[in-house]
Design a protein around this ligand. Structure first.
Ligand SMILES: Cc1cc2nc3c(=O)[nH]c(=O)nc-3n(C[C@H](O)[C@H](O)[C@H](O)COP(=O)(O)OP(=O)(O)OC[C@H]3O[C@@H](n4cnc5c(N)ncnc54)[C@H](O)[C@@H]3O)c2cc1C
Length: 290
């Protein structure tokens, strides 16, 4: 058997989560995003998980410069230039409780490791998502997939009554399980507002991709609320990477070739596609161009 060499760290190691079992942010009425673990969790005193990104990148770029502000410059350079693999050296494990309609959107992100509550094995808890009356949104007139301004109070109340009727099916669900109907079938009558839970582990590169899509105003408000909670939990763990993420991804604007041409020439966008033109108008607003 080979002997294991145990090499001590030159600097004392500290727990990035300060010995906590988890950091949790409540979301909506019954939901939460809880950070359960981080890799690296033990980092040299005075460092954050950004350390692992820099450490991995220096395999490519050599020791070079080592000062803290140079580390920051390196992380920002990597993100700007889509040198993504060093960001995969940081991993996060979350425990999340969310309504099934949010989970349906979330599970489309295929690069995470997921283990979900089994409604075949266990009874679904009696927890349903209900927006507050002010959050009942009317159908957007510009985005077929979206909601926008709050709807009038009367219609909002009608909507909440409809949810109450759907939630009342929970009593039937319990009764049918008591009568011996299998849990895997009994659940079929529950609405998609019922809560599920899962453990979700993902690396920072893919989390940034998830956050850039799900913190975006085009994503449904409910999943955005969860994505914002996830962002808030990650930010103190790798502040330099998340600052770069804000600067270069979240708050950045991607311009197409046609848009650059319109910008250079000052002429209209060379397309007959109305949606593309509307997108260009929205980008111009963000660029402060009217
Ligand atoms: C606002 C919004 C609206 C949406 N509307 C719809 C909709 O109406 N209908 C619908 O079905 N979906 C919809 N989606 C889901 C969307 O199409 C994507 O499935 C989802 O956002 C996950 O994106 P992704 O595949 O890039 O992410 P991930 O699955 O997290 O993958 C990350 C990246 O890994 C790579 N990757 C992962 N798996 C593969 C693979 N098998 N092959 C090649 N590359 C891979 C890709 O580069 C990918 O971008 C919507 C998403 C958003 C944000």
């Amino acid at each position: 058997m080979s002997e294991i060499k145990r090499i001590e760290s030159e600097t004392p190691l500290v727990d990035l989560m300060n010995g906590s079992a988890r950091w949790e942010i409540p979301v909506h009425d019954h939901g939460f995003v809880a950070l359960c673990d981080v890799m690296p969790r033990l980092v040299p005193e005075g460092q954050t998980a950004d350390f692992a990104i820099v450490q991995a990148a220096r395999v490519s770029y050599g020791q070079g410069t080592k000062k803290v502000q140079e580390d920051r410059g390196l992380v920002r350079y990597l993100l700007r230039h889509r040198h993504t693999t060093p960001f995969e050296m940081v991993e996060f494990k979350f425990h999340i409780a969310m309504p099934i309609f949010v989970a349906r959107q979330w599970i489309r992100h295929r690069t995470a490791n997921v283990n979900e509550y089994s409604a075949r094995y266990s009874v679904m808890p009696d927890r349903f998502y209900r927006p507050t009356i002010e959050n009942v949104r009317q159908q957007s007139s510009v985005n077929r997939q979206g909601g926008e301004e709050p709807i009038d109070v009367g219609t909002a109340q009608q909507f909440l009554d409809y949810l109450t009727r759907a939630e009342s099916l929970y009593g039937e669900y319990e009764k049918l399980i008591e009568k011996g109907v299998s849990r895997e079938l009994a659940r079929c009558g529950l609405p998609v507002s019922v809560y599920t839970e899962w453990y979700w582990k993902c690396d920072l590169h893919n989390i940034m991709h998830f956050l850039s899509l799900r913190m975006d105003p085009h994503a449904q408000q409910e999943i955005r609320d969860f994505a914002n909670a996830m962002y808030a939990l990650i930010e103190p763990v790798c502040p330099v990477a998340m600052e770069a993420f804000r600067d270069y991804r979240l708050n950045g604007v991607f311009l197409t070739g046609l848009e650059l041409e319109a910008l250079r020439t000052g002429e209209a966008l060379r397309t007959e596609n109305k949606r593309e033109t509307a997108e260009w108008e929205a980008k111009k607003k963000r660029l402060g161009l009217g």
